[in-house]
Ligand binder design. Sequence first.
Ligand SMILES: [Zn+2]
Length: 72
Amino acid sequence: MIYYDVNCFGCRKIGRDVEGSIEYKQVKNNRNRRHLCPNCKMRVQLESEKISGVNTKIIKALDIASQINSNL
Ligand SMILES: [Zn+2]
């Protein structure tokens, strides 16, 4: 199993991104990228939804779509 151990930017806990996940690809492409664990990601999402009123599920879908496009 191939993986990266990454430090969460939010809570500083060490998480693991396993090969095949979107997070793994993101770390592989940019090792300096700020990583957030699922708990912190959820917290940030809820916070930004509260502040902006924008549903982040739509943003996430667009984000995934743009990643797929950039991999073509
Ligand atoms: Zn965290």
